[in-house]
Design a protein around this ligand. Sequence first.
Ligand code: UD1
Length: 422
Amino acid sequence: MDKIEITGGDSLNGKIKISGSKNSALPILAAALLTEEKISVSNVPNLSDIFSMLELLRSLNVKIIKKKNNIDLISSTPKSLLAHYNLVRKMRASFLILGPLLARYGNAKVSLPGGCAIGNRPVNLHLDGLEKMGVAFKVEEGYITGTVNGRLKGAKINLNKISVGATENLIMAATLAEGTTIINNAAKEPEISDLSKLLIKMGARIKGFGTKKIIINGVRKLNRCSYKIMPDRIESGTFALCVFGCGGKVKLENVNNEICNHLIKVFKQLKSLELKKTDNGTSLLIQKNKNEEISLSVKTREYPGFPTDLQAQLTASLLKTKGRSEIVENIFENRFMHISELIRMGANLKQIGSKIIVKNCKKLKGAEVMATDLRASSCLVIAALMADGKTTINRVYHLDRGYENLEKKLKLCGAKIKRVQS
Ligand code: UD1
């Protein structure tokens, strides 16, 4: 298993090209199941989560032609509509194939994704919404089988909790349903808008994406199209927090206006971090000015609030700041696996329920640590870059799920980071 070694203490200076969004790419690849025609997607990041989705799609008779960051997908009728446990267990987003399979073929058997390191992650909202559209479900031996009598029917669906994945599954299902579907209390994340824009290019009729009420008028058939995935806002935010933790000046390239505005807003409380849009909003200049005392109060929220996917990285970036900050995790119940690893490096952290209190640590020192989930891994990278001496991060396969060329990008900005194969 690969490890990453980092010798900390340097500031970061240079340019980083942001990759395509993982969380957009996953539903967009699943959407290829909605048509027999060719879907060409560009700016797809090379990540293990993407490879897991491609493996799953291949098992469902999707022909895939991949050249670097471009992927062509042609989805022919599969012999069996089964998504096997071995393929689904690797990644929860695999569940996003359920809506498209039911919409196109009227039945599907998909392994239930189960829990994961950041807590119990149910799929009730996906299933309740699909049931309203006419799907009958039964659960047997860890698999969920869905069957539709004829075509899916448009329905009024009120999500009783905001869910990115459920909103995506239901939009995809509704594109081929008979009549109109209204999703109330929908997630507003930019990745939902990215998926909707692809579906519209395929011929779907969708309005209201990016708001909490999405209206989809079903069509009989979707068609071929080409689509470029939006930049990754979580990768962008992670690098901004690297600069906040280590100091320096880094230009993030290949971003967009919406990502720039979002990060400027969510990092507003980090007074000494300057974020400036340049190149017509396609670049974001990040600069740490001085080390000033800071007392933050941050609560993770659905978009446009502070993203849960940046909570761990924010915690790490604050470890050496003077002051007392509070970070509350509102989205996932157990997203604190990184805390004990940070404490092993000397962090002054206290967890009270879903709240983390961060105080200045006298000394942050490199140590041997273990990555436990995707964002916890990038949090350890930030802490290691800030620490004195060498840190070895084990289980970096978590990092490879969501960050394309992380070591290369940081190295170009002066970080002492290397991958060790063992
Ligand atoms: C997506 C993102 C993930 C991010 C999360 C929240 C992808 C591939 N992943 O995950 O990186 O951290 O959004 O922004 O896009 N819930 C239910 N029932 C359901 C579904 C969800 O109770 O049927 C709960 C979850 O347990 C969680 C909350 O709703 O507490 C939000 O989860 P959701 O938005 O669905 O997350 P994902 O789509 O899995």
